[in-house]
Each structure stands twice: as C-alpha cells, then as structure tokens.
Design a protein around this ligand. Structure first.
Ligand SMILES: [Zn+2]
Length: 385
C-alpha cells in the first residue's frame, strides 16, 4: 500500500480506455460528428484523462467555468483556479445539442478522443472584470464567434511524446515514488534551465522532504527566444545526476504549459503536483509569473494571498522563494530573506543577460552556472548564432 498523499479529490481520474472498450469507442467515433481542435486542447484532454487535473473528468460546462472565474472554485465548492475549456466555433455549436457525442480530431484529422457533450455556452462579458485579481484567463470575448463545449472526455490517442522516457503519468510517478518509500514529497515545476539558483531551491526543499519531484514543463513547440526543450532536459539530467543524490530526486517532463506564470496558474501547479504525489511545492518567482509582471515580490505575494484562502482545502504545503543569487560577501547562494548585502556584492543574472552571454560565446559565471551546464548551453549557442 502506498503511503503517498491521495490525489486532489481523493481519486486519480483515468479516462483512457484500452482493449475492446477502446476498439468499440474508436469504431463508434468514426460515425460521430467531429471537431478538429488545437494542440492546447489535446494537451488538456491528456491531462484530464491521465489524472493530472484530477478531479476534473472533462472540459468545464458553464456552471463550473463561471464558478472558477468568479470564486476560484468548481461548482461543487472545491477550490480550482483555472478554466479548462474547449473552444468551438459558434457556427459548429449551432448544429450540436447536449447529449451527443463528438469525435475530437487533431489538426491532421486523426481521431484523438471523444467528448460527451453536456453543455454549450458563450463566455460572459463580465468574467474578465469579475476575476478578483484581474488576471487574464484563456477565455474569448463573447462577440468573437467562439463558444465552449463542456462534458466528459475519453482519450483514444496521445500526441507524440517529445521525451517518451520522461513523460510519465501520475499513476506511473506515484508508483515510482511509493516504491522508493517517499511520503513527504516536494515538487517543483519549471520552464527554465536549473542553475545554482534552482539548485538552491531544490536543496532547501530536500531538507524538509524525502525527495523532490522535478517537473520540466515542455510545450509542443519551442518558443524562438527560449532555450530549446531538448537542451534544457540535458541540463536537468546532468545537474541532477552530478549534484544530487540519485535516490532523492525524480525528473519528469510535463507537457501541459498552463500551470506556471501567474498566481492562478501557480495554484493550479500545486494541484497538479499533488496529483503526482507531492505533499509540498515550491512557488518561485517563475511560478508566480513575477518575471512577466516584472515585480517579483508582488507576484509571490498574490500567490501567497490566494494560497492562504485555500490552503486547508488544497492539502499541499507551499514554500515561497524569492530569487536566490550568489553573494560574494556571504560566499554562497542567498536570498533577500537570508543575506543582508546589496546588489554590489551580488552576482546578478537573469535569463536575458544569460542568453546574450551565451550567444556571444561567453560562459556564464561559475557562481551562477555549473561548468557541465555551461558547456551544454555554449554548444547549443554555437549552433544558434
Ligand atoms: Zn550576503
């Protein structure tokens, strides 16, 4: 019996039929009305069907969506910060009715899953204004010809995995963590290379946990200004292998890009990590969206306020990290919480400065980056110039 924390909602949702059930559903789907959907929708469907978004079993209908936008709760009262919706063209929606099944296709026309259509609704023009934090949500304007289709999904086909060995479902990760005897599991989600600032966060987490689950967040395609995912994943592997005890870290790759980059998203990230078996999670400036907002303290404070409202119900403990950096006077990695010195004593580095150094063929300072990581990044930069 696993001693891991139960998933959020108590049960890990799985909606990926196999065997005869799968064949039957696929055969029936060939005769259903169909809908080509975007990659982000397919990513959400996989997250729902593999339990990453437990307890969600499908795309949100109007009641859940409204409740999530207005009070950060599902209609049943459970805290949930982020609308998980399936946008459909209004013209298509007019020909559908609740109770139908719909075959969901990828952009190449391949059958990916089946939606049990329960609800079709228009976005409410008041929703954006109603979001208490003013945070932009992935909801269209009501006059844009977009509606939303809600209902349970069943997954028939996954998108090709970019990192098959590392892309693991919650059920697989939970089995691994339980097999290692972990109970107190800390989690972190990141879209960035782990430099010494990231190591500082991992080590701090490890002091209070049996192990750390590192989830590298990887989108379907690399952003032109980002370090490509394949380079990033090599960096994760080398840092974790060289500088951490192997039995205390576990690396996976997460294909859903939502749970990072704003206060509501950070809360979703905490739920996702709990579904993977985490009892605690790090909230960094990155997770809080402080990088985008340009104000580290504000982003973290907003997550903290949200967290305080919901922490008892979320059942996962969050640790908040201001940006760690190297202080020459202290001779070690510090944060504003742990060192009295100022900018003159500190090695200030950020992603933009790092990128410029790399593209100029210059290794980042060793106080910031491990030599193994620097050489992987410089090799990439030589090709990218
Ligand atoms: Zn200092």
């Amino acid at each position: 019996m696993s001693e891991l924390i139960p998933p959020y909602g108590g049960r890990l949702v799985t909606a990926e039929p196999s065997g005869a059930e799968r064949r039957e559903l696929a055969a029936r789907a060939a005769r259903l009305p169909s809908l080509p959907v975007a990659d982000v929708t397919l990513a959400h469907m996989e997250a729902i069907a593999t339990g990453v978004y437990s307890p969600l079993t499908g795309f949100m209908g109007e009641r859940d969506c409204r409740s999530v936008v207005e009070r950060l709760r599902l209609a049943d009262g459970r805290p949930w910060p982020w609308p998980v919706v399936l946008p459909v063209p209004e013209e298509w929606a007019r020909r559908r009715r609740a109770g139908e099944e719909v075959a969901l296709l990828d952009s190449g026309g391949r059958l990916m899953g089946v939606l049990g259509l329960e609800d079709l609704f228009r976005p409410d023009p008041r929703w954006k204004a109603a979001a208490p934090d003013g945070e932009p949500l992935p909801l269209g304007r009501p006059d844009a010809g977009v509606m939303y289709a809600g209902g349970p999904v069943r997954l028939l086909q996954r998108r090709p995995a970019r990192f098959p060995r590392l892309q693991q479902d919650p059920v697989e990760v939970r089995a691994t963590l339980a097999g290692r005897g972990w109970r107190a599991v800390a989690g972190i989600l990141t879209r960035h290379v782990i430099h010494k600032d990231g190591e500082y966060v991992l080590r701090t987490l490890l002091e209070g946990a049996d192990g750390v689950l590192v989830q590298g967040v990887v989108a379907d395609a690399d952003e032109p200004r980002d370090i490509p995912a394949r380079v990033r994943v090599r960096c994760y592997e080398v840092v974790l292998h060289q500088y951490f005890p192997a039995h205390r870290v576990h690396l996976v790759v997460q294909g859903v890009s939502e749970p990072l980059g704003s206060p509501r998203r950070a809360l979703l990230g905490a739920i996702v990590l709990r579904n993977y078996g985490c009892t605690q999670a790090a909230v960094t400036a990155e997770a809080a969206g402080a990088e985008e907002a340009g104000d580290e303290g504000l982003g973290l404070q907003m997550v903290q306020e949200l967290y305080e409202r919901f922490q008892d119900e979320l059942g996962i403990r969050l640790t908040f990290f201001t940006q760690p950096l190297f202080c020459d006077a202290c001779g070690t990695m510090v944060t504003d919480k742990t060192c009295p010195h100022g900018a003159l004593e500190r090695v200030i580095m950020n992603r933009e400065r790092l990128r410029r150094l790399l593209l100029a063929g210059i290794a980042p300072p060793p106080q910031y980056t491990r030599p193994e990581v620097a050489s992987i990044l410089l090799e990439w930069a030589r090709g990218a110039r």
